[in-house]
Each structure stands twice: as C-alpha cells, then as structure tokens.
Design a protein around this ligand. Structure first.
Ligand code: FES
Ligand code: FE2
Length: 345
C-alpha cells in the first residue's frame, strides 16, 4: 500500500526530550513537523508551546524568559505558559487572537512526553512504562542522535536485532550466537514483542567482569514496542538453566520521535550491567553506545533510506526474511492506527 499523508499517528505520546534537557532555557525541537518550544516553569512543570510567534512568526525560542513569561525577540510580545499573550509593550490592550498553542506534556521515568493529537485523549495511563531504567537507583546513561531517515527505519533496525552480527562487528556482535537463536514476534493489543532466545552460548559482552567469558549462559534480547516507536530492550544472561531474575540484565530505551516525515530524533538510554554507577564507567558506556549508534547504525539506516530515492517503502517491494517480522508488524500496526484516526476524523 502506498502511503499518503503523514506517516505518523497523532493520538499517541511522543518523547519530546529527556527530563534533564527541559529546564529554564528555551529549547526548540521540531516534532511531527511542528516547531516546539520546551521549558520548565518556576513550579517545575514542563511546558510545550508552538515555537512561532503569532505576530511575525519569529521563533519564541530566540526570545527570553521573564519568570514564566517568554518574551519574543522581535517586537516584544510576551506569552505565558498556557500560550496566551500576556503583555504587549506597545499598548495596554492585548492583540486579539495572539496566542500560541500549548501542547499537553506529561513527565514520567525521566522523560518528557508530548501529545500532539486531540488534547482530550491525552491520557497519561497510555504512557509506556520505562521505570526499569531507574531500577538500579541511578540515572541511566542517555543520549539523543539525530537521524536523516523516517522514524520507521529506526524501528525496523531495532525490531530486527539480527543486524547486530553485521552492523555491530566493531561493538556488540556476539560471535554469531544470534544465528542459532530462536526469534519470536508477538502482538499483545497495540503492543509488540520481538524476542530472541539464545540458550547455552558463551557469556555475552554485557556480562564481562561479572561472568567468566567462557561461562555457558542462556542469553536473551527482549524488545518491547509501543506505538509509534517507543521501545524497551532487555538484554539478559544467566548461567545455563538459572532463573532470569538472577541474571545480569541491562535495560535500554530506544525511543524514536519523528522530527519531520523523513527525519527523526533517536533517544536512547541504558542501565549498567554491574548496576553500579561510576563516572568513569558511565563515560565508557556512553562512548561505546554513541560509537555503536552513530558510527554503525546511523550510517546504514540513513544510506538505506536515501537509497530508496523517494520511493514508498512498500512500493519498493522489500524482500522478507522472517527475522524482519518485528519491523514489518510495527509498520502495519502504525498504519492501522493512522487508519483508525483517519476514519474517526
Ligand atoms: S514576531 Fe513576535 S512580537 Fe513580532
Ligand atoms: Fe544496532
């Protein structure tokens, strides 16, 4: 099916940023094609406004904070956190209709989420849970990578971790263990699971320093997907036959937000295999993740998208390998959600 119209549903929570990115400063981030201004009011509430002054359309992010007001850098109109014009330097009268849109924001698990659909459907209960990122009592190591490809191309990459053995030869590759693994994709409502199970393999990299490298382990990679592209990966291993809870487990967030129809923000975070936070260990983990994402995943994902030369993904008739079922089903489910929204409109 050729896709027309936007490639993302609107009635979903999208990650706008890590909580620690949203502060006093005016942060501009394009989300679903809209320029969004993010900041935190004095009472600590994260706020999202359209970053376009209604007068002559200057970005409000180029202006300045005055308490909870944001004053436009061009002719000085000031807006409150609800988006209403609250001060006009040229008159005691506020200009009619001068307001910017305020978008619902909800903060949980160190993530600021934005809702860009029907505001009355913005239910925090729909937020996918990422609290395992904080399970070891420390902030996860985290980052943001810009991608010149539609967000679904990152989903394809993440829902099909078979690419590890090829793309990540320089980092995460596991000496071919994934080839003997069992892969299962399962749908649970609007949620998908794309899970790998690799019994009786040498201890995987994330356990080094805890298990002997020669220790036979059961290893798993469980990816949970929530629409449109919020993914939680559990990387685990135990000595063969031991219960999972006793294993060495890392949780990673891979959350992709469309910047535009063909570019994306790739937010990632990771806990530590040892569970112990240290400045040096965190810096090493950050460097390793950044290198793997920026120098291994990003170039191949961007090159693959560019190589379509503007063709629609399905029109280009992708070959199916089976291992790619996770990405395929995520694409289909997103199309289903967009279809539901279109019919409801
Ligand atoms: S463009 Fe903002 S006050 Fe004129
Ligand atoms: Fe990857």
């Amino acid at each position: 099916m050729t896709q027309t119209g936007p490639n993302y549903p609107r009635n979903c929570w999208y990650m706008a940023g890590w909580s620690n990115e949203v502060g006093d400063a005016l942060l501009r981030r394009r989300i679903l094609g809209e320029p969004i201004l993010l900041f935190r009011t004095a009472d600590g509430a994260p706020t999202a406004l359209t970053d376009r002054c209604p007068h002559r359309f200057a970005p409000l992010s180029a202006g300045a904070r005055e308490g909870d007001l944001v004053r436009c850098a061009y002719h000085g109109l000031a807006f409150d956190a609800s988006g209403q014009c609250a001060h006009n330097p040229f008159s005691a009268t506020l200009p009619k209709g001068a307001a910017v849109r305020n978008w619902p924001v909800h903060e949980r698990d160190g993530i600021a989420w934005i809702w860009m659909g029907d505001a009355d459907q913005a239910d925090p209960a729909l937020l996918p849970d990422f609290n395992t990122l904080f399970r070891d009592g420390a902030e996860p190591v985290r980052g943001l990578m810009p991608m010149r490809a539609p967000y679904e191309f990152a989903t394809d990459n993440l829902m099909d971790l078979s690419h590890i053995e090829f793309v990540h030869r320089g980092s995460f590759a596991g000496a071919g263990v994934i080839f003997a693994g069992k892969h299962e994709v399962r749908r649970d409502g609007d949620r998908l699971h794309s899970n790998w199970w690799m019994p009786n393999v040498p201890a995987p990299g994330h356990t080094y320093g805890i298990y002997e490298r020669s220790l036979p382990t059961d290893h798993w990679l469980d990816m949970r997907w929530d629409a449109p592209a919020s993914m939680l990966l559990e990387i685990g291993a135990t000595p063969v036959g031991e219960p999972r809870e006793t294993g060495v487990i890392i949780h990673q967030a891979h959350i992709i937000t469309p910047e535009t129809a063909d570019t994306a923000h790739y937010f990632w975070a990771s806990t530590r295999g040892s569970g112990v936070a240290s400045e040096q260990g965190d810096a090493m983990l950050f460097a390793m993740m950044t290198q793997a994402f920026e120098q291994e995943d990003k170039p191949i994902i961007e090159a693959a998208y560019a190589n379509l030369d503007g063709r629609d993904f399905w029109d280009a008739k992708p070959a199916f390998l089976g291992i790619d079922a996770g990405g395929t089903r995520a694409r289909r489910l997103v199309e289903e959600l967009i279809g539901r929204e279109t019919r409801a409109a």
